[in-house]
Design a protein around this ligand. Structure first.
Ligand SMILES: O=C(O)CCC(=O)C(=O)O
Ligand SMILES: [Fe+2]
Length: 425
């Protein structure tokens, strides 16, 4: 399973403006946002700074374009984003964006130093993150029935414990793991390893999880094709599977109250292979899902990790989030603790999240490298060293097993264009 706690890392000191560009090379220093805001504020003293910033961001930081847009619009004096639990759509960026300009001109997202950019509108989310979102995904009665069923199931979920450095820690929420068939259940219990350990509790998909799986499958496959068309010029990514996405496993998380969370992480590639897609259905109380792009650290700096600005996506009850093929290798995600929640009529302050995943047969541990410790290796991607940025490797995972030290095993991973492992000796 994934890494669940927040690790503190030495971060590169942010510049006056944080610019999350489509590619890091696009990031260029510009006039400070504060100066731009001061200019706009002097032109429109009746509009609050947060609103001005939103509109400025929607115009790629261009003061002239922002001023033009403001001239031609009547604005309320305050336009803060509404509270997460009541929101299903957003006006924040989209209603002010100049949509006549080509997407390449609109691809940069800026946000003020230390600020989180809140996105609600599905078009903004698709444009500025590697995700897409579908609100009101299931018929209302079906979503409620699934929520009720999983709230009952979650009473027997447990926190995942794993070793971090020399301590055994547990995830700040509970989880359950579901697969489709008895054969898959047997394999999961006996062959697969998560954080260095085997799962004792694997369940078969409930009839409702099974029914919803087919719907998720259909929509996610449609969204994958749409994404390839809109973001990748009609051609799938190198290493992305050309096969239809087949969600044969589901992790169900339960967040019981505002303090339960999941720290910054990427989902493990080990059994999904490179460039995976994940379908994530949210039920119950709305929570914020935050994403940050991983950028190659500046080779001349001593920092080991560089992250773009935080973008917050609000996941209300019955929303399907699709994490597309660039997400796990290039972005981190988290569910941050909330200061308060607006109670959901059924779940009160609990949230259920189902991530449907496609376990690829060619990534069964029988076929992937084993280190001298005898534990199947974990598949990872280089995100800290700019020299080998984006390269995949297999490494020993035994260090995560309580009581085991692990070894130094490391091997570059090789795939064909469709992401199938190329066996090497
Ligand atoms: O709860 C969520 O929306 C995300 C869960 C997650 O990131 C995970 O299970 O890996
Ligand atoms: Fe995750």
């Amino acid at each position: 399973m994934d890494a669940f706690v927040t690790r503190t890392s030495k971060k590169r000191k942010p510049s006056a403006e944080l610019i999350a560009a489509t590619t890091p090379a696009d990031a260029a220093p510009e006039e400070s946002t504060d100066i731009k805001l001061a200019i706009l504020s002097s032109l429109h003293p009746d509009i609050d700074q947060e609103t001005l910033l939103d509109i400025l961001l929607a115009h790629d930081g261009n003061v002239e374009a922002t001023a033009e847009a403001l001239k031609s619009r009547h604005l309320n004096t305050s336009r803060k984003p509404p509270s997460s639990s009541t929101v299903t759509s957003q006006t924040s960026l989209r209603s002010f964006a100049d949509l006549s300009s080509p997407p390449s001109k609109r691809a940069k997202v800026m946000c003020k130093k230390g600020q989180t950019l809140h996105l609600y509108d599905p078009k903004d989310i698709a444009e500025h993150t590697p995700c897409s979102i579908i609100h009101n995904f299931l018929p209302a009665a079906e979503a409620n029935a699934l929520l009720i069923e999983l709230l009952e199931e979650s009473k027997t979920f447990e926190k995942i414990t794993f070793k971090l450095f020399d301590n055994v820690v547990s995830s700040p929420h509970t989880s359950g793991f579901y697969v489709g068939t008895a054969k898959e259940l047997h394999e999961q219990k006996h062959d697969y390893v998560y954080n260095g350990a085997r799962l004792a509790d694997v369940r078969t998909l409930t009839p409702q999880l099974e029914r919803v799986r087919s719907r998720v499958q259909e929509v996610v496959n449609r969204e994958i094709q749409a994404r390839i068309h809109t973001h990748h010029g009609g051609k799938k990514l190198k290493y992305q599977s050309p096969l239809p996405w087949n969600p044969n496993a589901a992790f169900v998380n339960c967040y019981n109250g505002p303090q339960e969370s999941v720290g910054w992480h990427t989902d493990q590639l080990t059994y999904l292979g490179p460039r995976p897609t994940i379908g994530s259905l949210s039920l119950g109380v709305a929570r914020e899902f935050r994403v940050r792009r991983m950028l190659p650290p500046d080779p001349s700096s001593s920092q080991s990790e560089s992250l773009g600005p935080q973008i917050s996506l609000h996941l209300p009850h019955n929303s399907l989030l699709i994490m597309h093929s660039t997400m796990q290798e290039e972005w981190k995600h988290s569910i941050s603790p909330a200061s308060s929640l607006t109670p959901h009529p059924i779940a009160i302050n609990r949230r259920i999240n189902i991530t449907y995943r496609d376990y690829k047969p060619q990534f069964h541990p029988r076929f992937t490298p084993k280190c001298p410790c005898g534990v199947p290796c974990v598949l990872r991607v280089v995100t800290k060293n700019p020299k080998n940025w984006g390269k995949y490797f297999w490494m020993c995972h035994a260090g995560n097993v309580p009581g085991k030290q692990g070894c130094e095993y490391f091997k570059w991973a090789e795939f064909d264009d469709d992401g199938n492992p190329i066996p090497t000796t």
